[in-house]
Structures are given as structure tokens and as C-alpha cells.
Design a protein around this ligand. Structure first.
Ligand code: KG4
Ligand code: ZN
Length: 356
């Protein structure tokens, strides 16, 4: 199945073309093209994403990316079997631009359009090929790299999946690619949001995650003993707003303290909570592996810490190729493929608060 996927839930415009085979039991994805137009620079002066600016940029970028993905002109659309578009969660004005664009393409080329859940996109992003090779549609069948091929799903499931992004912090127990249960989520700020807010109060630009990670390399993680909110609580929920406030008060009381130490200590506190609760869930539910996804999965300290702890506990560990941590359309193609197979039909209208 050749899938054209569109993502416009936040500040990245994404258009991807992928080939999906194998069904829900043996899925394999080949990413033919995966283009992302980032709006980071446009929103940075505002310290966060401005919905109407995002909408304007998506409207401008979508046709450009689409034309680049199709390269050889509209005739290639005759090979596309399905169009997938993010319907939520995200910023509704931004989501509508993608939904509208997908709808028009569907009508023009008479191709079915289905809605995809952005969170499911992150969830499935570990299945995308490890080393993405952008190849044109024309040459697609012959020389493409295979996606992640898993021969024995029993080595993975049940799995505990940690989804960490700018809008979400969710822990899931997955029985299979099609069945899961939410174990917990954040009660206030998402962990990516905490990185962004702490970065801001330390004087770094938006988005703060990569800035904090970078500064943390120059600091000592044990310099300041920040709280580990809810770490020892018996549930699987999270809370990061108190940690952010703790950084704020610390800065007020010790304005001369090294910023890099504050960044490193904050990062360590946040990662400790994520890793501790993920591993505890994996043990409690007899998981065979841990799956990591979302923008914060780009954080190398988090990856290292999970790699170490899963190894120690004889668990498998899966995380997407760095190309698919942040918002992209390839993962939306994967989510759309599974939604299509599972006959899960999302309404083609923006759902800002869509859950998983
Ligand atoms: O998944 P994503 O691209 O968008 C949402 O769906 O929210 O995630 C963006 C979030 C931002 O909060 C950003 O600061 C965070 O991911 N992030 C990071 C890193 N790179 C991005 N957080 C920590 N360390 C990073 N290296
Ligand atoms: Zn995302």
C-alpha cells in the first residue's frame, strides 16, 4: 500500500510518502520521502507556538512540500492508495489546514482519506526504518531499505510504552500493536513543556529541550538536588509543574549559581522520574520491552538511562530513529495504516484534545 501522509498538528509541516506492507501482524514500512518544514524560527521570538502563525505557515508550506514529495508531477498520485492526515491532538487551526489539504487531494485524485491520531503516530514511530533513505517514487520498488523487521513479536509484547512530547507524558501497557491500556499520564505539565519552561527561565530560546540538553553537558547533574515529583507514588501518573517551580525558586535564591548546573540537575530529576516509573511498570506488568517515543525521546541522556536500566532488567528497548522523534508525517502514515487495517475511522475534523 502506498500512503501519502500529512502532519500539521503543531509547528512542523510534514508530508511523507511511504510503502506499508505486511498488515497488522508483520508490518513493514519503507519511507520513500519524509519532508518536514520546521517553523521553529518563526515562533521562537514569541517563546512558544502561536496557533494562527502556525496555520499561515502550514498553508504556505503544504503545497511546496507536496510538490517536492511528488517530484515528477501529479501523475505519481495515481500510485497512492491512501491519504492519511492528523486529526488530533494539537492546535485546531493548524490541524484544519492539513485536513483541508488532504480532503482536496482526495477529491481531486479520488483517493480515500483517513484521519490519524498524532499520539498513535509517535507510538508506532519505532517501527519506521532505522536509517531513512529518501528515494523517489519512480525508483521505489527496486532499491529501498527495509523498515524494522520484527520476526518474533513475543520478544516485544507486552511492552511498556513511554510517550514524551511537548504536549504529552503518557505511560501505556501495550499487549500488541493494536491493543493497549493507559497506565498513567501527567497531571499538569508535559515533560517537554517543562523542558521548554525551564529553558525559558534559564534564558534559553524556544524550543528548550535541545538547549537544556546542550547546557547540561557543561554542568553537574548532582549540583542541585531538585525534587523527583511523584516518583515513589504507587500510581503511574506524573507531575512536572512543581519541578519547574523548584528551578524558578532556586534561581531566585542562588542567582549566581551556574546555569549549566541548574540545567543538568533539572534534566537529571526529570529523567530519573520517567525512567524509574517506566521500569517499575515494566516489572509490575511483566513487560518484555520498553518503547520510547515523542520529541523528548531525542534526549540522549534519557535514551542512555533507559538503555542502561532496560539492560539491567533484561528488557528489550526500542526507540525511533532520530529522524522520527520529532513531529513528522512518516509516523502519521504508520498510524493511518494501522487505523485503516483496524477499521478505526476518525472523523475528518480537528480534535484538539484527542486522546489515546
Ligand atoms: O513530539 P514533539 O515534536 O511535539 C509534540 O507533539 O509536542 O515534541 C516537542 C517537544 C518540545 O517540548 C521540545 O522541547 C522537546 O520535545 N524536545 C526535547 C529535546 N528535543 C526536543 N526535550 C528534551 N531533550 C531534547 N533533546
Ligand atoms: Zn508530537
Amino acid at each position: 500500500m502506498i500512503i501519502l501522509a500529512i502532519e500539521t498538528s503543531c509547528d512542523e509541516t510534514g508530508v511523507a510518502l511511504l510503502e506499508a506492507t505486511g498488515g497488522i501482524r508483520k508490518p513493514q514500512f519503507r519511507v520513500l520521502e519524509n519532508l518536514v518544514a520546521s517553523q521553529v524560527k518563526i515562533h521562537a521570538p514569541f517563546g512558544g507556538v502561536v496557533p494562527n502563525l502556525a496555520k499561515r505557515e502550514h498553508i504556505k508550506n503544504l503545497p511546496i512540500l507536496f510538490n517536492r514529495v511528488m517530484g515528477h508531477g501529479p501523475w505519481a498520485m495515481s500510485k497512492v492508495d491512501l491519504i492519511c492526515v492528523t486529526v488530533g491532538p494539537g492546535l485546531e487551526p493548524a490541524l484544519w489546514t492539513g485536513i483541508g489539504f488532504a480532503g482536496e487531494l482526495g477529491k481531486k485524485y479520488t483517493i480515500p482519506v483517513i484521519g490519524a491520531n498524532h499520539l498513535e503516530g509517535h507510538l508506532y514511530s519505532f517501527l519506521l526504518p532505522r536509517k531513512q533513505k529518501a528515494v523517489h517514487l519512480k525508483s521505489k520498488i527496486s532499491n529501498l531499505k527495509n523498515g524494522l523487521k520484527i520476526e518474533n513479536w513475543k520478544l516485544i509484547f507486552p511492552a511498556v510504552s513511554l510517550l514524551v512530547s511537548g504536549g504529552h507524558t503518557i505511560l501505556l501497557l501495550m499487549q500488541s500493536l493494536a491493543r493497549w491500556k493507559k497506565l498513567g499520564e501527567t497531571r499538569d505539565d508535559a515533560v517537554g513543556e517543562a523542558f521548554d519552561k525551564v529553558a525559558r527561565l534559564l534564558g534559553f530560546p524556544y524550543p528548550g529541550g535541545p538547549e537544556i540538553e546542550d547546557a547540561a553537558k557543561r554542568g553537574r547533574a548532582d549540583a542541585i538536588n531538585f525534587p523527583r515529583p511523584m516518583m515513589r507514588d504507587k500510581n503511574y501518573d506524573f507531575s512536572f509543574s512543581g519541578l519547574k517551580t523548584a528551578v524558578l525558586y532556586r534561581r531566585r535564591e542562588h542567582p549566581k549559581e551556574k546555569i549549566a548546573d541548574a540545567a543538568a540537575s533539572f534534566q537529571k530529576a526529570a529523567i530519573d522520574v520517567l525512567v524509574y516509573k517506566t521500569i517499575r511498570a515494566a516489572k509490575e506488568f511483566g513487560a518484555r520491552s520498553v518503547i520510547l517515543s515523542g520529541g523528548v525521546a531525542a534526549n540522549k541522556s534519557l535514551r542512555r538511562s533507559l538503555t542502561k536500566e532496560t539492560r539491567k532488567n533484561s528488557l528489550g528497548f526500542f526507540a525511533p530513529d532520530p529522524a522520527y522523534n520529532l513531529d513528522n508525517a512518516a509516523m502519521i502514515g504508520a498510524a493511518g495504516y494501522f487505523a485503516f487495517l483496524r477499521k478505526k475511522r476518525y472523523k475528518l475534523s480537528a480534535r484538539g484534545d484527542l486522546g489515546i
